[in-house]
Design a protein around this ligand. Structure first.
Ligand SMILES: [Zn+2]
Length: 223
């Protein structure tokens, strides 16, 4: 398996270029062969400090990026939003926690370790897309669009009782529900491989999903 990591110093961080031509483990789960990470992908990913886990995390983040259209990544780049891979959230001055989009710092933080445990790699590409969905949402205000909100609240109200626990992240009170639902429907749009949660979300929020699908005309290569 040939891998090349290009590391350059950039604005106090290590910026990582990721050329991942044959990462078979995640390729198997993907519906189509991944495209090579673009120069834009390399610009969007920064590593605070390398550890034994960094390479695996970078691979999954870069795979998530590789199935997003360049037009969306360009929007992130223009707003100086980037992914920061760090050993822990605490190491960059945050409270301990998981992956998060932090609009104040224009960054999506991906910690390699969360509360003492290594981050789960299996869904990390999907989580990458979800967090990118939050960043994209902060630009286009999709979750606040009246058309999306009407679809979301109508469909959220019809989620059957037995699914409400599974969807509790997407059914949070106030603005959190639509914001989280938007981010995962964004992930679903580009992640066309099987995923139990995304499959169920698409099924129960079809109108909300249609809104997200129609937002950006350029399809993801995984569609
Ligand atoms: Zn989220």
């Amino acid at each position: 398996m040939k891998k090349t990591l290009t590391i350059v110093i950039a604005s106090g961080f290590l910026a990582v270029g990721c050329h991942l031509p044959g990462y078979s483990a995640i390729q198997e789960r993907a519906p189509t062969a991944p495209i090579a990470p673009s120069p834009l992908d390399r610009e969007l990913v920064q590593v605070v400090r390398r550890t034994e886990q960094t390479e695996g995390v970078v691979e999954r983040v870069c795979f998530g990026l590789s199935i997003m259209p360049e037009s969306i990544k360009e929007k992130l780049r223009q707003r100086k939003i980037h992914f920061v891979i760090t050993p822990t959230q605490a190491e960059i001055g945050n409270q301990e926690g998981g992956c998060s989009f932090q609009p104040k710092y224009r960054r999506i933080v991906v910690p390699e370790t969360i509360r003492g445990k290594p981050i789960q790699l299996a869904r990390l590409s999907i989580i990458t897309l979800h967090e990118a969905g939050h960043a994209y949402d902060s630009i286009v205000k999709g979750s606040q669009n009246p058309v999306f909100q009407a679809a979301y609240f109508s469909e959220a109200g019809r989620v059957p009782k037995e699914m409400r626990q599974t969807f509790k992240h997407f059914l949070q009170e106030g603005n959190k529900g639509p914001v989280e639902c938007f981010a995962s429907l964004f992930a679903r749009k580009y992640w066309r491989g099987p995923d139990a949660l995304l499959d169920a979300l698409e099924k129960h929020f079809p109108q909300s999903y249609r809104f997200v699908q129609e937002l950006e005309s350029t399809p993801g290569n995984a569609g």
